[in-house]
Design a protein around this ligand. Structure first.
Ligand code: FE
Ligand code: FE
Ligand code: ZN
Length: 277
């Protein structure tokens, strides 16, 4: 089983993997750069080599990178679009050197122009920065549908990928909090939701899962993560998610509040809930 959390890489990649191992994780997510800014540190080749060695030694699972929040693929502003393209190009190149498997991106916000316009702009932008020959796969994250967010239905994600003309280049990262708040009832109808995902996108597109409880309810279109068992989703729903036969082998990544101490506690809970250890 692949269990991990969102971890800081401010002290390097080897240290981040060590930190992940210290809380019982065997996969991790990290921000490619400051989530609220754009600056990026030069890569340290020695650190990358040591990180790879450690991953091999420990049989560590996939490295999942998350793009910064300051970019917006659905923007109608040229400046933001240029910034977004530059960040994705740079990050894909860096992540390949690091040996990361995935780059998770929020599809974006249409800024009042409507979901259709947003989908067109996201697909056009992705077409410019992704060739499909990358070793790192871009994953579109399912959103809660807050404000003018695009990508809160499986159909929207399907349309984005189709319109790029290279749908094979992309995968999907689901987020339990976002799905629930977007109106997918993974609490009482997990089977049906996954069947719907399979019908529209194909379950082979599902590459990673963000595990979060939710402060808000079904179809609330709000995005506030809660600690496992302390939100409206509850532990039983989380337990069914991590043990569901269709997705149980995917990397599960915590993005819950409370930092490393909390992650450690929640990974212990998840390990106890996982069928067959
Ligand atoms: Fe995210
Ligand atoms: Fe998420
Ligand atoms: Zn969220």
């Amino acid at each position: 089983m692949l269990l991990g959390a969102h971890i800081s890489i401010s002290k390097g990649f080897e240290k981040a993997v060590k930190d992940a191992l210290s809380i019982g994780a065997n996969t991790m997510q990290f921000f490619t750069r400051n989530p609220r800014g754009g600056a990026v540190k030069a890569l340290d080749e020695n650190d990358i080599r040591k990180c790879s060695e450690l991953r091999q030694r420990e049989n560590f699972g996939p490295l999942v990178a998350h793009a910064p929040y300051t970019m917006n693929m659905a923007t109608n502003k040229k400046e933001t679009a240029d910034f977004t393209k530059r960040v994705i190009r740079e990050d894909l190149e860096r992540l390949e050197k690091i040996g990361a498997e995935y780059l998770v991106i929020h599809p974006g916000s249409h800024m009042g122009d409507g979901v259709e316009a947003g989908i067109e702009r996201i697909a056009a932008l992705l077409k410019e920065v992704v060739t499909g020959d990358e070793k790192v796969m871009v994953l579109l994250e399912t959103m809660a549908g807050m404000g003018s967010e695009v990508g809160y239905t499986f159909e929207q994600l399907y349309d984005i990928m189709e319109k790029t003309g290279i749908p094979h280049a992309f995968g999907v990262c689901i987020d339990t909090c976002h799905l629930y708040c977007a109106g997918y009832d993974i609490q009482d109808r997990l089977n049906e939701v996954l069947e719907e995902f399979d019908r529209i996108l194909g379950l082979d597109k599902l590459k990673a899962v963000h595990l979060n409880d939710s402060k808000f309810g079904l179809a609330s279109r709000k995005d506030r993560h809660a600690n496992l068992g302390e939100g409206l989703l509850g532990l039983e729903a989380i337990e069914r998610v991590i043990n569901h036969p269709a997705i149980k082998d995917r990397p599960f990544l915590l993005e819950t509040p409370g930092g490393m101490e909390n992650y450690k506690k929640e990974i212990e809970i998840l390990k106890r809930m996982k069928d067959n250890g």
